[in-house]
Design a binder for this molecule. Structure first.
Ligand code: 9WO
Length: 246
């Protein structure tokens, strides 16, 4: 998969995509992240990429032309069709379902804004969809692009050393993850739950499922409402609820 990022800070997005699982996905040729700087496409002597907003008000608005020329250069760098995504608080909220959908694409272009805004005409004509990673304002779209690249990059086939990891992720089934433990068994901060040491794989699977259901119920009840629980899972949840009352 190829991801082209239009940004005034290409080195920032590059750095984020070079580390960890996603960096390794790039080393393995599963993912290819390229930065394009609209400032390189500015035509005036000062290499301006922003101007004051019509109608007045604080801040600056990104100019159409440098962004459009950077977008054209990015599109021309690869013949495959491409979806262009603008990262902004006005976008549709990113979910793991959306991440899975985008991870199947051959190519994406991510448009990152800076300053107070991007000229709306550029968004209308050059952007296919607008995505938000959450209800807060950043100083630019780059961190949101890095989040999207990370979430998508780790899902590329072969990026995770263990294929089961992606299967067992939080959200793979719309639920939160269960708690995890490693050595030592006994520590001043507490004991490892005995079932995890029992060697009884069926009992362990049940405990984990029950914990995942219980924590989702406690922390994110709105997720539970959407999860299609099996009759057996409703019983696990009832057990968890009984346990927590004790
Ligand atoms: C800045 C600002 C300052 C004064 C008054 C109003 C203002 N609005 C903004 C603003 O929203 N700036 C944005 C910065 C312009 C587009 C790129 N920027 C951005 C993207 N901030 N936050 C995001 C973002 C992207 C995806 N998910 C969450 C946040």
């Amino acid at each position: 998969m190829r991801v082209d990022v239009i940004t005034l800070f290409p080195e920032f997005v590059d750095a984020a995509a070079r580390v960890g699982v996603v960096g390794r996905a790039q080393d393995r040729g599963l993912l290819d992240v390229h930065g394009w700087n609209p400032r390189d496409y500015a035509t005036d002597a000062y290499r301006r990429v922003d101007e004051r907003p019509f109608g007045g008000g604080p801040g600056m608005v990104m100019l159409i032309e440098p962004l459009r020329d950077a977008l054209r250069a990015a599109r021309a760098a690869d013949p495959r069709p491409v979806r262009t995504i603008f990262l902004s608080p006005q976008g549709t909220r990113l979910t793991q379902d959306k991440v899975r959908e985008l991870a199947k694409e051959d190519r994406l272009i991510l448009l990152c804004g800076r300053y107070e805004a991007v000229d709306e005409r550029l968004i209308e004509h050059e952007v296919d969809e607008e995505i938000s990673i959450g209800d807060y304002v950043l100083s630019g779209g780059e961190l949101a692009a890095a989040v999207l690249i990370d979430a998508i990059g780790r899902l590329q086939d072969g990026a995770l050393n263990d294929a089961a990891s992606a299967q067992q992720d939080s959200f793979s089934d719309g639920l939160l993850d269960c708690p995890h433990y490693t050595r030592p068994v006994t520590h001043e901060l507490g004991e490892v739950p005995a079932v995890l040491l029992s060697g009884d794989h069926a009992a362990i699977a049940k405990w984990r499922r029950k914990q995942a259901l219980g924590r989702t119920w406690q922390r994110r009840p709105e997720l539970l409402a959407r999860a299609m629980l099996k009759p057996e899972e409703n019983l696990f949840l009832l057990e968890f609820q009984k346990d927590t009352k004790k």
